[in-house]
Design a protein around this ligand. Structure first.
Ligand code: NAP
Length: 288
């Protein structure tokens, strides 16, 4: 199977390059056409002018766009052009309900849909080591697995359609808590006037060590918040988590609520396109 990639942002562009590295890239499409042309030239594949054009020539379609409405827009755009037997994989982070809607739309034309959100950051996308959590038909995952091994280091089948996205919601709540803990602790260390690079080095090797501290600790201390994972996108993910839990119970999720408030403050100040480690901006002002 050869993949066509729709959405060449921070994540999708690296995925496309990794498919190409394994000779598994057929074509690319991006809303902003210049990005698709640059990537297609580098990988020697076709840059399609529309998502439908891409869908007509690929048996595996990988979507990586921003939000729920964007995924559904792309699914509707490819529906009429896609051949029966094609597999559509969505690696965007969206709600489980959106995954179910996408599956339902594509089942009308005998096309399989798998929700396959990923974790591992831009670094994981670049290195082809993403963790991929999969919802949908397991047999279809096995058909696509050899190609997906080009972009992911660990692919785990979770269960029926939507369960990949529900697992990603678990991941995003955890990421919010880790962001809260790391940015607050480093702002505290800075307020204590500690040599913070040394603090990051030693804490990273102990029981509190984690991916976010190792990959974003020193950049945030240097006041650098290039994306990364855009804060506005994590805000979108946490809003999805809140909607999912409100459907089940009246209880809320304190880490989610607090992080939504903090991110909203930063977005209001114009920092929505920065990496989520920009939460450090807020924590520093609180401790000043
Ligand atoms: P990004 O850099 O902002 O890229 C978004 C991509 O989606 C761009 O190619 C954009 O096209 C395209 N897009 C947005 N709306 C569209 C629409 N209506 N129609 C067609 N294309 C559209 O975002 P990203 O960081 O790659 O994230 C993509 C998805 O992966 C998100 O759901 C995010 O939550 C998830 N994710 C991100 C990370 C991370 O660390 N960055 C990690 C795991 C998962 P244009 O170029 O035209 O704007």
């Amino acid at each position: 199977m050869k993949a066509g990639v729709i959405g060449l942002g921070a994540m999708g562009a690296h995925m496309a390059r990794n498919f190409a590295k394994h000779n598994k890239l057929q074509a690319v499409y991006n809303r902003t056409a210049s990005k698709a042309q640059t990537l297609a030239d580098a990988c020697n594949v076709t840059a399609c002018e529309t998502a439908a054009e891409l869908a007509s020539q690929c048996d595996l379609i990988v979507i990586c766009v921003s939000r729920d409405k964007d995924v559904l827009e792309m699914v509707n755009a490819i529906k009429s052009a896609i051949a029966a037997g094609t597999i559509v994989i969505d690696t965007s982070t969206v709600s489980a309900d959106t995954a179910k809607q996408a599956k339902s739309i594509l089942s009308e034309v005998n096309v399989s849909f798998l929700d396959c959100p990923v974790s591992g950051g831009v670094e994981g996308a670049k290195n082809g080591t993403l963790a991929m959590m999969v919802g949908g038909d397991e047999t279809e995952l096995e058909r696509a697995r050899a190609a997906l091994n080009s972009i992911a280091g660990n692919i785990v089948y979770i269960g029926p359609c939507g369960s990949g996205q529900a697992t990603k919601a678990v991941n995003q709540i955890m990421a919010a808590g880790i962001n809260q803990a790391v940015t607050e602790a480093l702002a505290f260390g800075k307020a204590m006037k500690l040599p913070m690079d040394k603090v990051v080095d030693i804490v990273s090797t102990g029981a509190a060590g984690n991916w976010f501290l190792s990959h974003r600790g020193k950049t945030m201390l240097a006041d650098k918040y290039e994306p990364g994972f855009k804060l506005a996108l994590h805000h979108k993910d946490l809003s999805i988590c809140r909607e999912m839990i409100n459907g089940l119970t009246e209880n809320n999720l304190p880490t989610v609520e607090m992080t939504l408030i903090h991110y909203q403050r930063l977005m209001d100040q114009g920092y929505g396109d920065e990496d989520i480690s920009a939460l450090f901006r807020l924590k520093q002002t609180i401790l000043e």
